[in-house]
Design a binder for this molecule. Structure first.
Ligand code: ATP
Length: 259
């Protein structure tokens, strides 16, 4: 059975009289990878920034594990791990030193928890290297390790494969799916790399002009459903996305092949 962990209700952002995110409502379940899709400027990053409390919401609310980001911020935020811009790392320190430094700022994070997350993200053999010698993919995984230290139930990643090479993208995909499907974390990823999102996510929300057009599961696409090829359902994620964002000039240019 699906277990709800994030509830977003009528989330709205206005900046200088302009509504950038309009009454967004959706939810995340434990153990799923949810992809937030949409052309450039659709409002994905603004949505994520409100979800993690980096900017205030103008209206609506986000509840994480039942607690409101608006009125119970401390309770709500302890359930979230996030990388919104690039992971913040000290490049002259090793991966382990970075994690220890970060752990000191948290509450009760033990050495054994640090070792657990290092092994979870597959960095055990390189964790004593200086970060400046790490590949971008390794830095991203170290960032995820850092975000996981306090055992969040929700992990939010804004464009996690940005700049990664094909091997790095593949590793990131494997890691994200493992965190969701084996560790039971709800992972939300934003991107407009449709091919990659089709391989990564279980469910999607498509935003355009600050509004959520719809949410749907990968399994609902006809190309993935059993049988009935005569159906008029869209076959692929790209087809579905194009239907939903039709008429938007950015849609075609933001549809890229990730591998
Ligand atoms: N601080 C701000 N002041 C004014 N406008 C803003 C501000 N932040 C975002 N916007 C506008 O809000 C809209 C949504 O931006 P946002 O960055 O959330 O979109 P996005 O879907 O994440 O796009 P991208 O895929 O390009 O990252 C854009 O038109 C952007 O210019």
């Amino acid at each position: 059975m699906n277990e709800l962990i994030v509830e977003i209700n009528n989330l709205t952002k206005q900046i200088r009289g302009k509504t950038i995110v309009h009454q967004l409502s959706f939810h995340l379940n434990r153990g799923e990878v949810f992809g937030l899709l949409g052309p450039n400027g659709a409002g994905k990053t603004t949505t994520i920034r409100m979800m993690v409390g980096l900017i205030a919401m103008s209206d609506g609310d986000v509840r994480i594990g039942g607690s409101s980001i608006r009125s119970q911020f401390k309770d709500a935020i302890r359930h979230i791990g996030a990388i919104v811009e690039n992971p913040e790392l000290y490049k002259h320190l090793t991966g382990m030193q970075n994690l220890k430094q970060y752990a000191r700022m948290g509450d009760g994070i033990t050495q054994s928890r640090i070792e657990e997350v290092v092994s979870l993200v597959g960095l055990a053999s390189r964790i004593h290297d200086r970060v400046k010698t790490n590949s971008l993919g390794m830095r991203q995984r170290l960032g995820i390790a850092q975000a996981l230290l306090h055992k969040p139930a929700v992990l939010i990643l804004d464009e996690p494969t940005n700049g990664l090479d094909p091997a790095g993208i593949r590793e990131m995909r494997g890691l994200v799916r493992k965190l969701a499907h084996e560790e039971g974390i709800a992972v939300m990823v934003s991107s407009h790399l449709l091919a990659e999102m089709g391989l990564l996510c279980d469910r999607f929300g498509v935003m355009m002009d600050g509004r959520l057009r719809t949410t749907f599961a990968l399994a609902d696409l006809a190309g993935n459903a059993a049988g009935d090829k005569a159906t008029k359902l869209p076959q692929t994620l790209e087809e579905k996305y194009m239907q939903l964002t039709e008429g938007d000039n950015h849609a075609a240019s933001s549809t890229q092949t990730a591998r």
